[in-house]
Design a protein around this ligand. Structure first.
Ligand code: FAD
Length: 399
């Protein structure tokens, strides 16, 4: 005789940011809830987020900070569960936080505090959390859905898929959520890694590697996007907030337009420097504006015998060439670092099948999708967690 199936009102697949939030809300709404994850720990990505401090929200969150084929989809949930709501929860749990960059809130101590908050809420709400659990198959059964798992058969009134995106497979990321979507006839839009550093071909790879660790404020443009934030040279190429942001808009083969001095019109500045201080060297002028290693590298890259040449000897054309290099450096990355280091996934389960109120599949309301598995991807700066919280709450309260 086989074992009797376990039954729950709601089974949430994925104990990440969205799944934990959703499960607690459904539990508080009086539902019997199970939260399943194949990983050995809940909230692994939360733990590694924000450099270990978790940038858990952004006070400036609006739907404009998200990429999606349907830019209207996120409006409803984001409006109902705002950054202030999560901040209130953080304060209720006595967690100290800091505003590092305007609007971006981080834990003062550790991202562990946010995972603990979510686990405490789930526990208070009576959620049954089952880690190291494999889900083999889902199938419709009467009004509900039956799951074939390593724990045995589980019958659920509602299944919420919160399996996240594809980035950092070593942290437990899988495409299982997309497989479930396809199984039930939903469209999955093409995925690609985003918020990810760029890699470069030669000679730029070697040049940038030599500057590894140097950071400066730049403006970068590509694919209709513009970000004014810091850039970082790395052993593999270029990174830092400006590059992570623009990676969400970059397509292979495209050049980035990087303004290394976004607050200065270099052509005008160099001309006036030549007039007022004709004996000065270009190296000195660069040294006043850039970290020393970069100032030196710039003159080496462009092969100018500038060390001894006074500005007076530069023609207008030469100064304009420098203005172009500094105000409009066009650099073609070879690729991105890919899923190994990407923070998020662009694309995913198309929102056209999903209700923006309760996140149920329109033709199959027993099945729901929340968080990053959906085709909703935030910019850098705490927006992705705000989406996880907002979609989790909207879905959980309606379960
Ligand atoms: C390095 C890094 C830093 C980041 N920093 C920030 C930040 O500071 N601020 C910010 O807003 N965003 C940040 N993000 C993005 C953020 O972590 C995600 O957008 C967010 O975690 C998505 O939440 P989610 O619940 O949808 O998915 P996840 O948090 O990824 O959770 C998905 C869960 O599903 C589980 N799962 C997957 N497949 C299966 C399966 N087959 N069976 C069972 N369980 C499964 C996983 O184990 C995981 O626990 C960062 C991401 C990374 C990688």
């Amino acid at each position: 005789m086989g074992h009797a199936a376990m039954t729950y009102d709601v089974v949430v697949i994925g104990a990440g940011a969205a799944g934990l939030m959703c499960a607690a809300q459904a539990g508080y709404a009086g539902r019997r809830v199970a939260l399943l994850d194949h990983a050995n720990k809940a909230g692994k990505k939360i733990l590694m987020s924000g450099g270990g401090r978790c940038n858990f929200t952004n006070l400036a969150t609006t739907p404009q900070h998200f990429y999606s084929q349907n830019p209207y989809f996120s409006i409803s949930a984001l409006k109902r569960y705002r950054p202030e709501h999560f901040v209130e929860l953080v304060e209720r749990h006595g967690i100290d936080y800091v505003e590092k960059t305007p609007g971006q809130l981080f834990c003062a101590s550790s991202a562990k505090d946010i995972v603990q908050l979510l686990l405490t809420e789930a526990q208070w709400a009576g959620v049954d959390i089952q880690l190291k659990t494999r889900i083999h198959r889902l199938e419709r059964q009467g009004e509900g859905i039956c799951l074939d798992t390593s724990l045995g058969r589980i019958e659920a009134g509602v299944v919420v898929v919160a399996t996240g995106g594809l980035s950092i497979p070593t942290m437990g990321a899988t495409g299982f959520g997309y497989d479930i979507a396809r199984q039930f006839g939903l469209e999955v839009l093409p995925t690609r890694p985003a918020l990810v550093p760029f890699t470069l071909g030669e000679p730029w790879k070697t040049r940038c590697a030599a500057l590894s660790g140097v950071s400066l404020d730049v403006a970068v443009e590509c694919g209709g996007g513009y970000f004014k934030e810091p850039m970082l040279f790395t052993h593999r190429g270029i990174s830092g907030p400006a590059m992570l942001q623009i990676s969400s808009l970059w397509l292979p083969g495209e050049a980035l337009r990087i303004n290394l001095l976004p607050d200065e019109d270099v052509a005008t500045s160099l001309r006036s420097a030549r007039e007022q201080t004709p004996k000065r060297k270009l190296q000195t002028w660069l040294g006043e504006r850039f970290p020393k290693r970069l100032a030196q590298a710039l003159t080496e890259w462009y092969g100018d015998a500038v060390d001894e040449t006074p500005l007076a000897q530069y023609s207008n054309a030469q100064l304009d060439e420098w203005a172009q290099r500094l105000n409009d450096w066009q650099l073609k990355p070879t690729a991105t670092e890919g899923w190994r280091t990407a923070e998020v996934t662009l694309g995913g389960v198309s929102t056209q099948h999903i209700s923006s109120r309760d996140f149920s599949v329109k033709e199959l309301p027993q099945l729901r999708f929340i968080g990053e598995v959906l085709d909703v991807t935030g910019e850098l700066g705490g927006y992705n967690f705000q989406w996880a919280w907002a979609s989790g709450v909207a879905c959980g309260q309606a379960c």
